[in-house]
Design a binder for this molecule. Structure first.
Ligand SMILES: Nc1ncnc2c1ncn2[C@@H]1O[C@H](COP(=O)(O)OP(=O)(O)O)[C@@H](O)[C@H]1O
Ligand SMILES: O=c1ccn([C@@H]2O[C@H](COP(=O)(O)OP(=O)(O)O)[C@@H](O)[C@H]2O)c(=O)[nH]1
Ligand SMILES: [Mg+2]
Length: 245
């Protein structure tokens, strides 16, 4: 396995020091390494991006923690970024708070800017973007601003009744974890999220995962999506110390 990676280490010889140029070289290795499998080929020069979609309470955040642990992604939760923005007392804070309380979607420009800053300030090249995009408008804004598409899209498919039960038991003191807001969030999810899911399904990027079961049972359905990439994901990002000089 290592020999195979090492055999393409010359691809790094012209790496420049910028984050995304290094990324481009790393992805050449990735393409070589995975050429015989069905793993998606990431765009050159882009980070490896996974969007994590699903209704409220479907278990996105819980599964992201497991994916981070197993595969070394950086977890970027759009909801957490928005809540952090509220807590920081920023100019956008009160608008974000009322939007979340009403179960609506924060303007794309605000969310994408927060995601972009988070990605840019992180040395990692592999990101789980959790709870975003929630609409086609979100999706287009991300692609235009970041200039990248996701490599993988996970969709945690969970019955409404189960999602409501989980959210009402979440117990994290969130302003939106109440029955009225959940009903609105589910309506908005139905109206705006399905077009995004269908878009990525048509592009062959969507992995639909039945989100009913224990956390570990669900993770065993997620693991095979990333497992073929585990050596690259764990050891060669951004540049490993063994083969990437
Ligand atoms: N498979 C599961 N079975 C039961 N409860 C779960 C499961 N996955 C997550 N939970 C719980 O449900 C709640 C919502 O999970 P979370 O990961 O926050 O979902 P999301 O980010 O999609 O809203 C949390 O309290 C979490 O501990
Ligand atoms: O890209 C996003 C992500 C979140 N939100 C807002 O933040 C809330 C909570 O999002 P989060 O992803 O934390 O909720 P979860 O689905 O995990 O329960 C959502 O209902 C929206 O109001 C948003 O507007 N845009
Ligand atoms: Mg969440």
């Amino acid at each position: 396995m290592w020999r195979r990676v090492a055999s393409v280490s010359h691809l790094f010889s012209h790496s420049k020091s910028t984050k995304f140029n290094q990324g481009a070289s790393t992805f050449k290795i990735w393409e070589t390494f995975t050429s015989e499998s069905e793993i998606p080929t990431p765009s050159k020069g882009s980070p490896f991006i996974t969007f994590v979609l699903g209704g409220p309470g479907s278990g996105k955040g819980t599964q992201c923690a497991k994916i981070v642990e197993a595969f070394g992604f950086t977890h970027v939760s759009a909801g957490d970024l928005l809540r952090r923005e509220i807590a920081s007392g920023s100019a956008y804070g009160s608008v974000i708070l009322s939007t979340i309380r009403e179960g609506k979607i924060v303007p794309s420009q605000v969310t994408v800017e927060l995601i972009q800053k988070e990605m840019e300030s992180n040395d990692n090249y592999k990101f789980l973007i959790d709870g975003f995009p929630r609409s086609e408008e979100n999706r287009k804004a991300f692609e235009q601003t970041i200039g990248a598409e996701p490599d993988v899209v996970l969709f945690f498919d969970c019955p409404e009744q189960e999602m409501v039960k989980r959210v009402l038991n979440r117990n994290q003191g969130r302003v939106d974890d109440n029955i009225d807001t959940i009903k609105k969030r589910l309506e908005i999810f139905d109206e705006l999220n399905w077009p995004v899911i269908n878009y990525y399904s048509q592009r062959g990027k969507l992995h639909k995962i039945n989100a009913v079961g224990t956390v570990d049972e669900i993770f065993e359905k997620v693991r095979p999506i990333f497992a073929p990439l585990r050596y690259i994901l764990l050891f060669c990002y951004p540049v490993c110390s063994i083969c990437c000089h």
